[in-house]
Design a protein. Structure first.
Length: 126
């Protein structure tokens, strides 16, 4: 049995050594974790900066596009308003023309009636 005690004591000592070394290092990963290399950290921040500039460029492009589209929408709204006003003016002219045409038609009918009456009187006289 003395050999069993020795193995158990060795295991305890090695575990104690691991605990001491991990507390000294502080950021050493636990079991199953892999430490991150310094190069990864540099590449990661560089990629982040590039991504941020790409994002800001794409954001700027999107903002410019939105501004362009808003300006075009305002221009089209003004154009639509002008066309609506033109349509209203044309509708008023059509209404006025119909009124004049109705008046002229009524006058024409009255004139024809007068001509008929006069023609009948002329026939009666002769």
């Amino acid at each position: 049995m003395p050999s069993g005690r020795k193995v158990w004591k060795n295991q305890q000592e090695s575990q104690h050594d691991l605990e001491d070394s991990s507390s000294k290092l502080g950021s050493v990963p636990q079991c199953g974790q892999v430490p991150c290399s310094a190069q990864f950290g540099i590449n990661c921040t560089e990629n982040l900066v590039v991504h941020e500039t790409d994002t800001s460029k794409s954001d700027m492009l999107l903002l410019e596009e939105v501004q362009r589209l808003r300006a075009e929408a305002k221009r089209l709204e003004k154009q639509c308003e002008l066309k609506d006003n033109e349509i209203l003016e044309c509708q008023q002219k059509v209404q006025e023309s119909w009124s004049v045409a109705k008046e002229e038609a009524a006058k024409c009918k009255a004139a024809k009636d007068v001509i008929k009456v006069l023609a009948l009187r002329l026939m009666d006289i002769s």
